[in-house]
Design a binder for this molecule. Structure first.
Ligand SMILES: Cc1ncc(COP(=O)(O)O)c(C=O)c1O
Length: 387
């Protein structure tokens, strides 16, 4: 079956954050896709709706089994089903973990530019985000291990939230990089929470490396948050899992997830996850083919037609990170202009922390025709902006 990534229904007027919250008519910002999820998942959800009774739900064993089989088959990662804990989202896992594993005033290390909500999860809980910026070399980001080690060695540092693969850097971290990070965490008694929500969205043939699978003993110092919501466009369903082989950490975070009332599924959370992981694989494969051909198209277009911009290469996520510092050092004026004059909506880089200013993020998860239109408008917009 060839799935339809060409003519999705319009999201406008569906109380859609991406389309109905902004003025621009060509939104390419918030991280969800313009495509319908896989028909197999829609059918499973329709069946659940037709049952018609929406009382409280439990997490069935089939939920654990679906995660175990998907990650084993796609990433050769053997998850022990007992290590999985349901949560309503990855962000709830981040925030509950911050509360469970650190105390007010502690440092939580992050490596910007990085998913902006990491900051919220830390600052809203009165912890301190200790930024160790990624280092850029020739359009690719790297971890700064020297600076990470000094951040880890500070007595008030207890947790590191790592984005694997990187949003917005689109970077797949190698086994070696992950293992150096884990060894520094072990040396300095820091726990690493690896946010792997973007894990299944990678260039065909280039799988990401799950943190806990990079080396057997990483599981002593790390745990992960995973979910089908990015890869299968299910963010509004609210479903995720913590994978935590370390019993002491797992129990603490699970307790906190319960206290925070984010540990119980809604009527659709498990149905969606189970059908995505079991029946959505072919859809995901075809979707990744489209997403990475969009990425290559946009990268080439920018390189050849927009000399004032510089796009970063990447093998993960449907998010393209673009340096616009030659046009606007802070990016805000340029993005306001592009929205008001061209209808284009991108995410401003300053939201992603140190090193993000003078950049923006383009969401590539749309039909090719929309991407082409967006890039055409961007070219025209930049020409007019320069006048
Ligand atoms: C790195 C990362 N983590 C978490 C999330 C959101 O997770 P959830 O919707 O499950 O809370 C996003 C959404 O863009 C993300 O990019």
């Amino acid at each position: 079956m060839k799935y339809d990534f060409v003519n999705p229904p319009s999201r406008k007027g569906s109380d859609c954050y991406k389309y109905d919250y902004v003025k621009g008519d060509l939104p390419m910002w918030v991280a969800d896709m313009d495509f319908q999820t896989a028909p197999e998942i829609r059918e499973a959800l329709i069946k659940r709706v037709e049952h018609g009774i929406f009382g409280y739900s439990i997490v069935p064993e089939a939920w654990n089994a679906a995660y175990v089989s998907f990650y084993k088959d796609l990433f050769n990662w053997e998850i022990n089903p007992k290590d999985l804990v349901f949560a309503l989202g990855v962000v709830p896992i981040l925030s509950s973990s911050v509360r469970a594993l650190t105390k007010a005033g502690d440092n939580v290390v992050i490596m910007p530019p990085v998913y902006n909500i990491f900051y919220n999860s830390i600052i809203n809980n009165k912890r301190n985000p200790l930024e160790v910026p990624l280092v850029e070399k020739e359009g690719r980001y790297y971890l700064d291990f020297g600076a990470i080690e000094s951040a880890f060695s500070r007595p008030e540092t207890s947790l590191c939230i790592f984005c694997n693969p990187g949003n917005p850097s689109a970077r797949i971290w190698s086994k070696e990089e992950i293992n150096v990070l884990a060894s520094l965490a072990r040396k300095h008694n820091v726990i690493v929470l690896s946010d792997e929500i973007h894990g299944p969205i990678t260039r065909p043939g280039t799988p990401y490396v799950p943190f806990l699978n990079a080396k057997e003993d990483n599981k002593d110092v790390a745990f992960a948050a995973i979910s089908p919501t990015k890869a299968f466009n299910l963010a509004g369903i609210h479903t995720a899992a913590m994978v935590c082989p370390n019993k002491e950490i797992r129990e603490k975070v699970e307790r906190q997830l319960n206290t925070d009332e984010v540990a119980e599924p809604n009527a659709f959370s498990c149905v969606a996850a189970i059908s995505a992981f079991n029946e959505g694989r072919e859809w995901l494969k075809q979707c990744n083919e489209l997403l990475f051909s969009n990425r290559d198209y946009a990268f080439k277009f920018i390189k050849e037609n927009l000399p004032s911009l510089r796009a970063y290469e990447g093998d993960a996520t449907y998010l393209l990170w673009v340096d616009c510092s030659n046009v606007d050092k802070e990016e805000k004026r340029l993005l306001t202009y592009l929205e008001e004059k061209c209808g284009l909506v991108f995410n401003g880089g300053s939201h992603y922390g140190k090193g993000g200013e003078g950049h923006f993020r383009i969401n590539l998860a749309c039909p090719r025709a929309k991407l082409e239109e967006g890039l055409k408008r961007l070219k025209q917009g930049l020409e007019d902006y320069a006048l």
